[in-house]
Design a protein around this ligand. Structure first.
Ligand code: SF4
Length: 389
């Protein structure tokens, strides 16, 4: 078993401490940071501004466990989905979502990143939730996805990414420390130097973490995956609600707003004949009044084996009209990349075995990523651990 330290999992302070222990000057820590979190280096040999002897010493003491791009799928609407292979052959996905000016030039380039391999929360509409949880991603496995997608954005659209959303595979607040460390790194002036207002972290409503996020004055936008506006319906599609119900969520959000004075965004997938009635809209508008907020209504792309379907357009119109009547700020978001299974709730890996790894013979960069068959659960941790509350 390797006793070398995985430097990609370190945050900036830990990297700095590591360099101090080696007796290196401060600027070496900055160089290492940039090689890992800006240039996405896969080996110490690439770090050409470090002396050869130091590279050799680093090789003995440390290692870099990042992400390898395994395959890329392109949608006709410009969305690009990437499958990444991790050091233990597990797989995760990230999505690049361009929004275009009228002249066809890319305006906003948003990357949706994964925070875990699989997810334990088992929301009934979500392909990732069908997998169970295999493991958390490290800080560097999260920043590595962003850097790889940034390189892809530059190659495909001639510009850097502009926004990041933590809404890929996994529940970000269930992997809290690597997620906030990665967001800090992505905003670091030595890294991609993104504005904190360009980053959004979403959660199904883990109340303890929402409170910590506020108490620690975390500057990134907060989004809540709500998807139903009363406990009865939310219990049916999001098992977390049976433990942390809407009352608990409200308490945590009020604390967040008292502490941060920031609004929150509610994500609401609109399902046909389930949560799309005018009565549902009135309840959602009521939730939107808890603290200053806006609502993203998302048109769902179907997932194999899931009975919930996308709402009809006439029901969407009626729903939006009621929200407007109630004074709620709401926008409709069309799910993107549906022809490559990159839509909201669709990220999961088809080519994995029972341990979340690449199936033999499919690890040569030729994987076709897509939905897993939800009827065949693949062996990750399925019991929600008692660690979020
Ligand atoms: S919606 Fe999010 S929290 Fe729910 S199962 Fe999917 S990844 Fe997990």
């Amino acid at each position: 078993m390797s006793t070398r330290i995985n430097l990609t999992a370190y945050n900036k302070q830990q990297l700095s401490d590591f360099c101090s222990e080696l007796g290196l000057p401060r600027y070496r820590a900055d160089q290492l940071f940039q090689w890992i979190h800006l240039k996405n280096a896969g080996s110490f040999g690439e770090m050409t501004n470090l002396p050869k002897a130091l590279r050799g010493e680093l090789e003995k003491k440390a290692e870099l466990k990042g992400v390898d791009r395994a395959s890329v799928s392109r949608s006709k609407d410009g969305t690009v989905k990437c499958l990444f292979r991790l050091h233990d052959e597990k797989l995760v996905e990230a999505v690049l979502i361009p929004e275009f000016f009228d002249d066809g030039v890319a305006d906003r380039l948003t990357v949706c990143v994964s925070s875990q391999v699989g997810c334990v929360f088992g929301c009934s509409f979500c392909a990732t939730g069908k997998m169970g949880l295999f493991r958390n991603l490290s800080t560097g496995e999260i920043t590595g996805q962003v850097l790889a997608m940034n390189a892809l954005a530059e190659a495909e659209y001639g510009k850097r990414i502009t926004n990041i959303v933590y809404m890929g595979m996994g529940e970000p607040f269930h992997n809290y420390t690597p997620v906030v460390d990665s967001a800090e790194i992505l905003c670091d002036p030595l890294g991609l130097d993104l504005s904190p207002r360009r980053i959004t972290i979403s959660t199904v409503g883990l109340t303890r973490q929402i409170r910590s996020y506020a108490d620690e004055q975390r500057p990134w936008n907060l989004a809540i995956s709500l998807h139903a506006a009363d406990d009865e319906k939310r219990n049916k599609i999001m098992p977390i609600n049976e433990t942390l119900d809407l009352k608990a969520l409200r308490g945590a959000l009020e604390h967040y707003h008292r502490t941060m004075r920031q609004p929150v965004t509610y994500e609401y997938l609109l399902f046909d004949n389930f949560n799309d009635s005018p009565e549902d809209a009135r309840k959602l508008a009521g939730i939107a009044r808890w603290i200053p907020s806006k609502i993203n209504i998302i048109m769902y792309n179907s997932v194999e084996g899931v009975t919930l379907q996308r709402a009809r357009e006439d029901r969407l119109d009626r729903f939006m009209a009621e929200l407007t009547r109630q004074g709620a700020r709401a926008t409709v978001r069309r799910s993107r990349g549906d022809d490559i299974d990159a839509g909201c709730g669709q990220l999961a890996i088809r080519e994995q075995d029972g341990e979340g790894k690449t199936i033999a013979g499919k690890s040569s960069g030729k994987q076709k990523s897509g939905r897993q068959n939800p009827g065949k659960r693949s062996g990750g941790e399925k019991t929600v651990p008692d660690t979020w509350n």
